[in-house]
Design a protein around this ligand. Structure first.
Ligand code: AMP
Length: 293
C-alpha cells in the first residue's frame, strides 16, 4: 500500500528497471465486480498491476455527492487480496492537490461538454486532470477503464492521443448484476425497491437493441422505446441520446453505422448511467481497444 507520490514513483521505477510491464486501474474505491474485471483484464496484459483508489474532489461539482461518496477501504483491500495486485496507490487529497485543487486543468473540448458534461460541466476536466497525474506518477504501459463510463473512455483515449502519453488504453465491457443492472458504487445509495426500478435502465437499452435488430434505423423511434421503458418504470431521465460512439456527436435522423445509446437517469437519490452500442459489430474494435498491448 503506497500513500505518497514519491513512494509510488520509486516502486514503479524499480519494477520497470527489472523489465516488468505495469498496468494501472484507476478507481474511486467502493470496489465491486466491475472494478475487479478491470484488474483481471490488466493482469492478462502486464506483469504488475497497480490499483489506485482516490476519490477525486476535482471531478465532483459543488452540489454533488463528494462527501457522501461511499468509502470502505478495508473491504476494498479485502477484495483486491484475492487478485494478486502488485500495489495499491492510496493518496489523500493533500498529496494529489497540495494547497488546494491546483490550477492546471486538462480539457478535452467537444467531447466533455456533451452527454454527462451538460449537467456536469467540470466533471471530465477533473477526470482527465487526475488521470493525467496518475499516468505521470505511475507511468503504466497499459491503463484499463470500464465501458460503463463510455464518455470517460473516449475522453481518456483522446487525451492520450493528443498529449502523446505512452500508455495503451484498454476498455472492458460493463459488468452487470444478474438482473442486468450495471454494477456501480452509487448503487449503494439505492433501497431494495429502487434497485429493482433501476433495472429499467438495462431493459430500456435491451428494447432499443431488439428494435434495432428488427431493422429499425430511425433515431427518434429507437430513442422513443428507451424513453417509454424508463418513464413506465416511473423514472425521470437527465438525458437519453443516440450519438456516434467515437465523436459523441448526435447521430443522424437515420442511423448510419454504429451508434451509442447513452443515458443518465435519476433513481431515488442516485444518478445512474448506462449505455449500449447498436451495430457494435461494425465498430473498429482494434482502433477502439488500442494496439493490443
Ligand atoms: P469508479 O470507481 O466508479 O471511478 O470506476 C473506476 C473504473 O471502473 C472506471 O474505469 C469505470 O468505468 C469502471 N467501472 C465502474 N463500474 C463498472 C462496471 N459495472 N463494469 C465495468 N467497469 C466498471
Amino acid at each position: 500500500m503506497l500513500r505518497t507520490i514519491d513512494a509510488m514513483r520509486d516502486w514503479a521505477k524499480t519494477e520497470r528497471q527489472t523489465g516488468l510491464r505495469l498496468g494501472l486501474v484507476p478507481t474511486m474505491g467502493a470496489l465491486h465486480r466491475g472494478h475487479l474485471a478491470l484488474v483481471e483484464e490488466a493482469q492478462r496484459r502486464v506483469n504488475r498491476v497497480v490499483v489506485s483508489i482516490f476519490v477525486n474532489p476535482l471531478q465532483f461539482g459543488p452540489a454533488e455527492d463528494l462527501a457522501q461518496y461511499p468509502r470502505n477501504l478495508e473491504d476494498d483491500l479485502r477484495q483486491l487480496q484475492g487478485l494478486n495486485v502488485a500495489a495499491v496507490f492510496l493518496p489523500d487529497s493533500d498529496e494529489m492537490y497540495p494547497g488546494g485543487l491546483g490550477v492546471t486543468r486538462v480539457t478535452i473540448p467537444g467531447l466533455s461538454e456533451v452527454l454527462c458534461g451538460v449537467t456536469r460541466p467540470t466533471h471530465f476536466n477533473g477526470v482527465a486532470t487526475v488521470v493525467a497525474k496518475l499516468f505521470h506518477i505511475v507511468e503504466p504501459n497499459v491503463a484499463v477503464f470500464g465501458e460503463k463510463d463510455w464518455q470517460q473512455l473516449v475522453i481518456i483515449r483522446r487525451m492520450v492521443y493528443d498529449l502523446n502519453f505512452r500508455v495503451s488504453i484498454v476498455g472492458v465491457p460493463t459488468v452487470r448484476a444478474e438482473n442486468g443492472l450495471a454494477l456501480s458504487s452509487r448503487n449503494r445509495y439505492l433501497t431494495q425497491e429502487e434497485l429493482k426500478k433501476a433495472t429499467a435502465l438495462y431493459h430500456s437499452l435491451q428494447e432499443a437493441r431488439q428494435l434495432y435488430r428488427q431493422g429499425e434505423r430511425r433515431r427518434d423511434a429507437l430513442r422513443r422505446v428507451v424513453v417509454d421503458v424508463l418513464t413506465n418504470a416511473g423514472l425521470s431521465y437527465e438525458y437519453i441520446e443516440l450519438v456516434n460512439p467515437l465523436t459523441l456527436q448526435p447521430s443522424p435522423e437515420y442511423l448510419q453505422g454504429p451508434t451509442l445509446v447513452a443515458l443518465a437517469v435519476h433513481v431515488g437519490s442516485a444518478r445512474l448511467i448506462d449505455n449500449a452500442i447498436l451495430g457494435r459489430e461494425q465498430l473498429d474494435e482494434a482502433a477502439l481497444h488500442g494496439n493490443g498491448d
